[in-house]
Design a binder for this molecule. Structure first.
Ligand SMILES: NC(=O)C1=CN([C@@H]2O[C@H](COP(=O)(O)OP(=O)(O)OC[C@H]3O[C@@H](n4cnc5c(N)ncnc54)[C@H](O)[C@@H]3O)[C@@H](O)[C@H]2O)[C@@H](O)CC1
Ligand SMILES: Nc1ncnc2c1ncn2[C@@H]1O[C@H](COP(=O)(O)OP(=O)(O)O)[C@@H](O)[C@H]1O
Ligand SMILES: [K+]
Length: 516
């Protein structure tokens, strides 16, 4: 499991070390790690000697890191040019860079175009314009330079120093022009802004360099499950199990208008592995489920008459009065319940953490609006962790907010971010499969909850266990999507096949499925 920290908390952790006079030492460690990583990138594409490197250096310590790293690369035989984006610059780092033989270009209106051409053509670019001290997006000449570079494109590898410049290291928000990185080398601790939102999209691969902050770091701000965590969270069937002991999932999904959502959610739950599914819905939908998934036990009955360990309600169930009634009963049943799509508007004021909401940004905006708290969808998309937390705190539920990165917030504040998905999953029905996966994970966990602690990870407090399971569901869904997308556009009805294969791989030791 990865732990991430806000840029502000890493700065706070640095401050006693800076006061103790260790600032230069920390910067040298950062620059050493950055230069090593950059040299690794060059080596992988033909070596360091004679290669062209551009250092983009802003006014602060981020520019200092990049200039010191540039000096080290120059000493290893690269031809290195520093483009200074501000009149102020970290003076000792610039002196070291010049002493190593680096060339310097001060950015001005008259050098903008030639500098942009140089950046675009470089074999490697070190982006040290702004780090954790950045406030808002890039401005002025730096913004104009990146706009021109993006218009031209880059031929080389972009390595961001700490964060892609202009990304908010706390929230991942970014406004204005950004240079997307292939690799981000972050210092001291993984920053939250690299896991989420625009920051996650711009960061590329992320590696953390230890600069010795260790004990001074606070509690993490965000967590992210890794593939290796999955097998600790998945309830594998045991020899003594039978279909009832493994966990029975109740699904009330689909309607005469949207029967397909029920088929997709049920198929994904079956593929995830569960003792049994009891499906409730109108006759037209149960007939379809019986045909497509004959192993599912279907009826037109009620929630109170169905013996299950967990419920999934809402996919495709928007206008059907019977399904809405079942959703209401499931939500108040006291059993763990996934509340998706058409069931979200039926939520009472407050619920427990065992109720897991699965909105996308639009549905979350509507949820806030129903509670008299008008929030714009775009605001939610810009700060998904902040709004998922706000929703979890307001409702008491566990909130899984879908998107490019999926955020899961526990009502107690612990927050998981999973960036395992692929944009190919942005296709109708893919949310229904996520709901099915979550239903199966929760039902099998609930069945075992009294005698094992599947769903708890060392370091994550027990109240967040529903959030951990939901994050495991997002991880599985994302990896299944990636696996499916290797063969072209995703057809959602074919996703269950990939879900099964990904689970098989994740249960190996070590897991053979890694995010790409
Ligand atoms: N302090 C240290 O010893 C260490 C610092 N580290 C580096 O230091 C960075 C933080 O350094 P700083 O606090 O100097 O911050 P930055 O290097 O992010 O730069 C902040 C400066 O940029 C200017 N600025 C802020 N927002 C701007 C904007 N939108 N457009 C243009 N200019 C803007 C401000 O004048 C501010 O002084 C980290 O990201 C990391 O790279 C690491 O080397 C670890 C050790
Ligand atoms: N751009 C994207 N990149 C990665 N995953 C995405 C993207 N867009 C959507 N997804 C994922 O696809 C699913 C879509 O769910 P949803 O919007 O509810 O679709 P539907 O209701 O049509 O099934 C979610 O799991 C979401 O995280
Ligand atoms: K940077």
């Amino acid at each position: 499991m990865l732990s991430a920290y806000t840029g502000s908390s890493v700065r706070a952790a640095e401050s006693p070390l800076l006061e103790a006079g260790l600032g230069d030492e920390l910067m040298q460690r950062a620059a050493h790690g950055l230069a090593q990583a950059a040299a690794g990138e060059l080596s992988a594409t033909g070596g360091t000697y004679g290669r062209s490197v551009v250092v983009l250096a802003g006014s602060g310590n981020n520019g200092g890191d990049a200039l010191y790293a540039g000096a080290r690369l120059q000493q290893r035989g690269t031809g290195t040019t520093a483009v200074l984006t501000s009149e102020r610059v970290h003076a000792p780092a610039l002196a070291a860079f010049c002493a190593a033989g680096g060339r310097v270009v001060a950015l001005s209106d008259s050098t903008l175009d030639s500098a942009a051409a140089r950046v675009s053509a470089a074999d490697l670019i070190l982006d040290g314009i702004l780090g954790t001290g950045g406030v808002g997006g890039l401005r002025g000449l730096a913004a104009a330079l990146i706009e021109r570079v993006n218009a031209r494109g880059t031929v080389g590898t972009v390595v961001a120093c700490d964060v892609p410049s202009g990304v908010n290291a706390d929230t991942g928000e970014a406004t204005g022009h950004l240079l997307s990185a292939d690799l981000t080398i972050t210092f001291g601790a993984l920053k939250s802004g690299l896991l989420i939102g625009a920051g996650a999209r711009a960061a590329g691969r992320v590696a953390t360099i230890d600069i010795g902050l260790g004990e001074t770091l606070p509690e993490p701000d965000l967590y992210s499950l890794e593939p290796a965590d999955f097998r600790h969270l998945y309830a594998q069937p045991q020899p003594a199990d039978h279909k009832y002991s493994r966990g029975v999932l109740g699904i009330a999904a689909g309607s005469a208008m949207y029967p397909g959502a029920a088929v997709l959610a049920t198929g994904a739950a079956l593929a995830t592995g569960v003792g049994m599914i009891r499906f409730l819905g109108p006759e037209r939908v149960t007939a379809l489920i019986n045909t497509v998934h004959p192993e599912v036990v279907c009826s037109q009955g009620s929630v109170s008459d169905s013996h299950v360990q967990a419920w999934l309600v809402g996919p495709g169930a928007t206008e059907d009065p019977g399904q809405r009634q079942r959703a209401r009963e499931a939500i108040s049943s006291g059993l763990p319940t996934i509340v998706d799509a058409g069931a979200l508007p039926l939520l009472p004021d407050t619920v427990g953490a065992h109720v897991i909401l699965t909105p996308h940004a639009g549905e979350l905006a509507a949820l806030f609006e129903r509670r008299g708290d008008a929030v714009d969808r775009t605001a939610i998309e810009a700060d998904p962790a902040g709004f998922a937390r706000r929703a979890a705190q307001a409702t008491g539920a566990t909130v899984l907010l879908k998107g490019y990165t999926t955020v899961v917030a526990a009502s107690t504040g612990e927050t998981f971010v999973q960036a395992n998905a692929t944009p190919w999953l942005a296709t109708a029905g893919s949310g229904d499969t996520l709901a099915g996966i979550l239903g199966a994970l929760v039902a099998t966990h609930a069945a075992n909850a009294t005698n094992n602690d599947a769903g708890s990870l060392p370091g994550v407090p027990p109240p967040a266990r529903w959030a951990v399971l939901a994050a495991a569901g997002a991880l599985l869904h994302g990896l299944a999507g990636r696996r499916a997308a290797k063969r072209g556009p995703i057809v959602v009805s074919g996703l269950p096949r990939h879900i099964g294969r990904v689970i098989h791989d994740l249960l190996q030791d070590p897991p053979s499925t890694q995010p790409q």
